[in-house]
Design a protein around this ligand. Structure first.
Ligand SMILES: [Fe+2]
Length: 298
């Protein structure tokens, strides 16, 4: 397939995705965006003959796609103002997390999960993680203000435990639906098949991982942005001092192998000196990339 045809195929897929998205968003059929997407699809139908695409046609197509991109962006900005996709102010102050509402009724997942469990799990357990996270964040804020970090180990543990609990439950609720089940489709299915071999192999691996979690915890399907592939992980409790659903920006290795030959057991000297070699430009680049990922705040 030629480069142009490849591009047309990509645009067609994008067009289909946008239509699906607009359907789920229940965008009014009279909206101009629908007409534009339909027009674009029509133009592309005409370009489906292999080898028939001229430069001129390609340029027309590109400008239409760009126009639609802009429209979609405007749409997102408008939605942002409404607060349905992203909140107006996607910034949660320390200690200000709130329990997000369930995206369905408490009895909606019956008979697989009973109403009683869902109600208890959401209103008691998840609420406790939100409260614990808020408490840890407030305590650490106070510690920063006073310059007193004598309890930093304790509150860091609390921050990780309750923060991961809150984040994972928020993902978990949305990962389920009364209309769920079956198989994934589209790009996700392709990615699952590419890495795990087949959907069945993935399902078996995930199931076994979930059953074999030591004590209490989670099974997770994750995306690794560096390896650019999916992976299945287990997590005991919610964490081992991590907060799932966050992205590291600046890390400091304090394993002994990182400093012992030079600093012996003076880890504090190593940490203090380390600030002189931090590459803030790299940290900023990681921050800017990470910031592009937007979840609805909760
Ligand atoms: Fe839970």
């Amino acid at each position: 397939m030629g480069r142009f045809e490849e591009y047309v195929k990509e645009v067609m897929e994008w067009n289909e995705e946008m239509k699906k998205f607009m359907q789920t968003e229940q965008v009014d059929r009279d909206d101009e965006m629908w007409t534009k997407l339909d027009d674009l699809a029509e133009v592309m139908e005409c370009m489906q003959q292999p080898g028939q695409l001229t430069n001129e046609q390609l340029l027309t197509l590109q400008s239409r796609v760009e126009e639609l991109h802009d429209d979609m962006e405007d749409y997102f900005i408008k939605r942002q103002a409404l607060g349905t996709i992203y909140m107006n102010e996607p910034f949660v102050e320390a200690g200000k997390h709130e329990l997000p509402p369930l995206p369905y009724a408490y009895d909606a997942l019956e008979p697989v999960i009973s109403e009683e469990i869902m109600r208890l799990h959401h209103t008691k357990h998840h609420q406790a993680y939100v409260d614990g996270l808020n408490r840890a964040e407030r305590k650490l804020k106070e510690a920063r203000k006073r310059g007193d970090f004598s309890l930093v180990k304790h509150w860091s543990r609390e921050l990780a435990f309750h923060g991961s609990g809150h984040n994972l439950h928020t993902i978990f609720w949305n990962n389920m639906s009364p209309n769920g089940g079956g198989r994934p489709s589209g790009k996700l299915l392709k990615e699952i098949e590419r890495y795990f071999g087949s959907f069945e192999a993935f399902k078996k691996h995930f199931t076994e991982a979930a059953k074999a979690v030591e004590g209490v915890g989670w099974a997770l399907l994750v995306w690794s942005p560096r390896a650019r592939h999916l992976e299945i992980l287990q997590s005991e409790l919610h964490m081992l001092l991590t907060q799932w659903d966050t992205i590291p920006l600046l890390v400091l290795d304090v394993w002994e192998h990182a400093y012992y030959l030079q600093y012996k057991n003076e880890r504090a000297d190593y940490v203090n000196n380390w600030w002189e070699i931090v590459n803030w430009n790299d940290v900023e680049q990681r921050f800017l990339k990470a910031k592009q990922l937007m979840w609805k705040p909760s």
